[in-house]
Design a protein. Sequence first.
Length: 426
Amino acid sequence: MHRFFYVCMSLLLIHGVASAEEVPNTDDSINSTDSFKVKELREDFLVPNSPAFAIMGLSPEEVITPTTPQELATALLNGIDANGNFQSGVAMDFSPYLMLVGRDLTLYDYRHNRAARILSRTQLSFAITKGAEEADKSSRLALGMRVAILDSADPRGDDRLTACYDRENDLLETERTNLQRSIAVHRQNIRKTNDRIKTLENQPNLPVSEIEELRQLRTDLNNLASSLEEKLAEQANLKSRRQDYLQQNWLTCNTEMEERNWNASNITVGLAHVWVSEDGNLGQLDGRGFAAYLSAAYGFEGIPGLDDRFHLIGSVTYRTNETIPDPNSTGQFFEQDTLVGGLQLRVAGPDMGEKKGGRDLAFFFEYDFIKNMPHDSPDETTNRWALGADFKISEGFTLNLSLGDETGGEMQSGGSFVISNLNWSF
């Protein structure tokens, strides 16, 4: 488990260096945002928990938050689960399509090609966890896929974001065009001045007035040549000045997008397969069942006072052949099917420290209705509630902490739980 963990983190660090935040690339000509690469547009919301943990029933939240798929995200889990056992694990979520072609896929192609949008919004997930208690030493592995079928928070489809980019582009295009016109006028004036000088120099016995004119023309020619040299130097420096300008102003556009979209309405569906080793030996992992879920979020769009502060999320998850520690027999397990229906309300908290876009802090309250269907005993229901918070430590890093309690049922040990997640995305 430790060796696997270190390998995963090494891969993430390598990818993180290669995926440092980029500003949309520009060249000497300023183009429409349609030519931007999809990889260059990304959001920096609070990073949610990995759905792979929720599929195994080990997430701080049973409600799975539907989000825009990231190119790569990871999560670390530590805490006491709802069965009272300590669990630790690591999860990775990635979009194969964005990792392979994100650097080449343009915004125009993304918006006008349905297949590209579907593939970009498809994310693969895997997670591995290990119990540390005598009652549960099991290892679990989950592999899954999810698809965002409605994604209002997708920056690649945000017309207001691209309009903001285009506005900044237009300002720079105007500057570039005015500079080119000024250079053309200077060159034309230099040609006219040269022609007049040559005409006067070829005339014998110039009168005093034309001698004075010739002297003035030569002075004007030197001034025009110096001014043209300055304009050409300004044109040569425009690219670096433009990059600095765009970096500052596009980050402002991103911040505005993140503030209005952090709680956007989304719908996501997912499917996963779970393997379990009851004694914790990774070599003894055995396929145990499948899980499927539907998750939807509503951001109260257009309702003043609610659309910028609240996020309502609901999800339904069905897990087959879930392996549960037997509370009446240490080290023993039983299997059951589980149906979970959950509702979560998220509230934006005050922004902490230097704001870098989106929300720095969010609190949530969650209620889950859980129907447990053991294979060898009668069905029973439990109720779970949880309180928690997400805090954005820095760009791409979010700490999630939740605590709660589960009541009802005889086969489930229930009780209080405290779980923390460190989530990291690119």
